[in-house]
Design a binder for this molecule. Structure first.
Ligand code: SF4
Length: 282
């Protein structure tokens, strides 16, 4: 089994061939990467993060600058022999307007070469993929690349059909952080759905019914479902629907990671569309 080097439960590792981003939609409001990027530049002096964030009225914000990571970082997946799931660009967006196509070419080649892994490329900008691929002169993506987009609420639900038009062997949706009911989703051409409530400082509430609704829609569409967490015990159905205390719910829910538990109507839903040999996330 591949080792887990990240707390993100649907992957084994994160890999950032480039870093830096800008706010795109409501799901970005409490962007963890933005705060982390600021710390990595100002507390640790990491050169790749230089100029990617700044402080405005006491708040950290992205500047929109995107920087290539070091050569060592760019080639990092090659140094991991064990087959694994690798989340690409946790500190950026692979299809961001300010990222250089040469970096994308390099990163795609790294993915092709590291065929033992599955690379999870998640974006909030699926509308950029087709134009960027055309500009790059490519008509297909590596076979071991899973192409995903984030849908945090119904206002961006049209991202799913845009994603479904891009040729990729596995396409997935991340409905996280779920901040409002997503309504009826178009899951044609989607193979995997991840959902989760928001965690961390200032996390927004969610209705536990949304986790069950998402599961039902996903299974009806024949896709695999992964419910990550409720984000906080105030959103957990054992608390909201059965009146338990946060401590009681935490004792009963096997995902005791302090992020609100993950049982959906009494069971965990942590399925994958497929896994590389030996790879399994937590
Ligand atoms: S797209 Fe992702 S990394 Fe970029 S601002 Fe939004 S949440 Fe943060």
């Amino acid at each position: 089994m591949a080792k887990q080097t990240t707390e993100i439960s649907w992957t084994n590792h994160t890999w950032n061939p480039f870093v830096g981003c800008s706010i795109k939609s409501a799901g970005c409001t409490n962007c963890y990467a933005m705060r982390q990027a600021y710390r990595l530049e100002h507390a640790f002096g990491f050169p790749a993060y230089q100029g990617t964030t700044r402080m405005v009225n006491g708040n950290i914000v992205w500047t929109g600058k995107v920087n290539r990571s070091s050569d060592a970082k760019m080639r990092e997946p090659a140094r991991k022999p064990d087959p694994a799931l690798i989340f690409v660009n946790s500190m950026s967006d692979f299809w961001h307007e300010a990222a250089d196509d040469r970096w994308r070419h390099e990163a795609l080649q790294v993915m092709r070469d590291a065929s033992q892994h599955r690379f999870q490329v998640l974006t909030k900008r699926p509308e950029n993929i087709a134009p960027i691929m055309t500009r790059m002169g490519i008509t297909s993506l590596p076979d071991n690349l899973w192409l995903g987009c984030t849908l945090e609420d119904h206002r961006v639900a049209d991202r799913a059909p845009i994603l479904a038009r891009v040729p990729a062997r596995i396409r997935f949706l991340s409905i996280e952080p779920i901040t409002a009911q997503v309504g009826k989703l178009n899951l044609d051409g989607i193979h995997w759905v991840i959902g989760g409530g928001e965690s961390g400082p200032g996390c927004r509430p969610m209705d536990p019914e949304w986790a069950a609704d998402l599961r039902d829609q996903t299974l009806r569409a024949g896709a695999a479902y992964f419910w990550k967490q409720y984000g906080h015990y105030k959103n957990n159905p054992l608390v909201v629907q059965q009146g338990m205390t946060h401590e009681e719910a935490e004792r009963l829910d096997p995902v005791s990671n302090g992020k609100g538990g993950a049982l959906v109507e009494g069971r965990l839903w942590r399925d994958f569309p497929e896994l590389p040999a030996q790879a399994k996330a937590a």
